[in-house]
Design a protein around this ligand. Structure first.
Ligand code: PMV
Length: 318
């Protein structure tokens, strides 16, 4: 049997602007993960068991554009597996779907790693990342590549889309991991509202096309925030991050990608003593994040629940 696990992720700074070439910062969230087990099987075919999404099917029963089917078909084509072996694949995930925690990319990364090593076709991180980016593009339109990157490397990343770099073509962008000078605590609050990233990214594109100057300037303001935030994190001056989160959230509100529910949670976190808070990811629903002193984390999480959060996660960035 071969097993693989991939963490969830959150974007700390720079979502949306990253699609337009500005830097963004993302970190893994190890409290939630996607897990894949691959076993040789006596039964003919490739049987997929994904109880979280109520799926129990043989590969050929799935439409070819099904996310799991597209991973398996594309991978077998890439590493030249033919004929298909008889396998049993079990997929579980504790990462909430469509909420900005990278559930799709985590399943892809764990599945690719488990399958490729089970078939003795080991792939490097760079290859896994490039493959996962191709899959992200199939399902999410024009993704920046930040999700697959932070999840593949499972380290804090400073991500710039499409810069020529040793990460190579297809990886989606330059991969720069960075160090955290002093660990800090983030509380994640889930609105419980599924919000497909494709929709908010598409809406931003339409607005950008209608008024490029204004939007480029908002993206530049976000780029500045991400740039400064990285330095602050590296130097361990984390108390200063809260203000940058508030600033980033205000710009995202102006960009229309926040929502009343996200704003309510952001306000609740601030009132409960968070040092700063913002939505995270595509927006309109999904998650928000708050920077807290570790001893305040439980209280902020409780306040988020009282303000309507369906779920909260306390995570340490280190
Ligand atoms: O909603 P998420 O966490 O998958 O993040 C989307 C981030 C965007 O910048 C809005 C889109 C992207 O592809 O980077």
């Amino acid at each position: 049997m071969t097993k693989s696990s991939a963490p969830g992720k959150i974007i700390l700074f720079g979502e949306h602007a990253v699609v337009y070439g500005r830097p963004a910062l993302a970190v893994p969230v190890t409290q939630v993960h996607a897990d894949v087990e691959v076993l040789d099987s006596d039964r003919a075919g490739i049987w997929i068991d994904a109880p979280d999404v109520n799926l129990h099917a043989e590969l050929s029963m799935l439409p070819s554009d099904h996310p799991l089917a597209s991973v398996i078909h594309n991978l077998f084509f890439l590493v030249r597996v033919s004929p298909f072996p008889n396998l049993s694949i079990k997929i579980t995930s504790s990462i909430p779907v469509a909420s900005g925690l990278g559930s799709g990319a985590a399943v892809t990364v764990a599945l690719v790693r488990a399958l490729s090593s089970h078939l003795d076709k080991q792939m490097t991180d760079k290859e896994v990342n490039a493959f996962a980016y191709e899959i992200e593009k199939l399902h999410h339109g024009t993704p920046s590549g930040i999700d697959n990157t932070v999840i593949t490397y499972a380290k804090p990343v400073y991500f710039v889309k499409n810069l020529p770099s040793p990460a190579g073509r297809g990886a989606g962008g330059e991969v720069e991991t960075f160090s955290v000078g002093r660990p800090f605590t983030i509380v994640i609050g889930d609105t419980g509202i599924p919000a497909p990233t494709k929709v908010s990214v598409g809406d931003v594109r339409k607005l950008w096309e209608a008024g490029r100057d204004k939007w480029e300037s908002m993206f530049d303001q976000i780029a500045e925030v991400s740039f400064v935030a990285r330095r602050i994190i590296e130097n361990g001056w984390v108390d200063m991050l809260g203000e940058l989160m508030d600033e980033n959230h205000a710009i995202l509100q102006e960009m229309t990608v926040s929502s009343p529910e996200l704003d309510k949670l952001v306000e609740a976190a601030r009132s409960a003593g968070a040092l700063g808070a913002k939505m995270s990811g595509g927006g309109r629903g999904g998650n928000m994040i708050a920077l807290v002193n570790a001893e305040m984390a439980e209280m902020v999480a409780r306040s988020l629940k009282e303000a309507g959060a369906k779920n909260t996660i306390i995570t340490q960035v280190s």
